[in-house]
Design a protein around this ligand. Structure first.
Ligand SMILES: [Zn+2]
Length: 183
């Protein structure tokens, strides 16, 4: 398991480090244990592959900055309105991919690609039209299988995003993180 928080670097759709001193993947205990299970299952069943996480808990203040960039654009469907909040704001979601010794596997799009090619619900069509290759879809299926087996819920419009509980249940169970988590 590796971590490389994209919003703690300038390599993200905002083009700057919006996480400041938040440098670590922080998750609610349930979510962290599920992620550990997924990583262990992957190591056991897919030799040479590991999980690489790009985002975990996200303070609400960062959600506000993200929303300001996409609001009113075609991309706004890919970012949660802070009035509702993202499951990341509860510490119950993780964005991740698969990697081998050479680096991240080819999933057909980068993490945080805002467009149909990133959408699991469109994969059959994208495969038939040649937008995605069989190898790219197979990589996504391995990631989804490992995460779903560990109890995570996939999204239908972002291949990299998984929730530790369905959105409504997560909102009942966990408070929003207004500040960056400590420790
Ligand atoms: Zn996400």
């Amino acid at each position: 398991m590796r971590f490389c928080l994209a919003y703690s670097t300038a390599d993200n759709f905002l083009g700057r480090d919006v996480y400041g001193e938040l440098e670590r993947c922080w998750l609610q205990t349930d979510a962290a244990l599920m992620l550990k299970n997924a990583a262990e299952n992957l190591a056991k069943t897919r030799h040479g592959l590991r999980l690489l996480a790009y985002d975990c808990a996200r303070p609400l203040a960062v959600q506000v900055q993200m929303w300001a960039v996409v609001k009113g654009t075609p991309q706004q469907g890919y970012v949660a309105d802070p009035a509702v909040g993202s499951v990341h704001n509860l510490g119950c979601a993780v964005d991740l991919t698969l990697a081998d010794a050479a680096g991240p596997l080819d999933m057909g799009t980068p993490f945080d690609f805002f467009g149909e090619a990133a959408e699991p619900r469109a994969e059959r069509k994208l495969l038939l039209s040649g937008v995605l290759s069989p190898a790219q879809v197979a990589n996504r299926l391995i990631l989804r299988e490992m995460m779903v087996r560990a109890g995570f819920y996939p999204l239908d419009h972002e291949w990299w995003h998984f929730d530790c509980a369905p959105g409504a249940a997560a909102r009942q169970r966990y408070p929003q993180l207004r500040e960056a988590p400590q420790g």
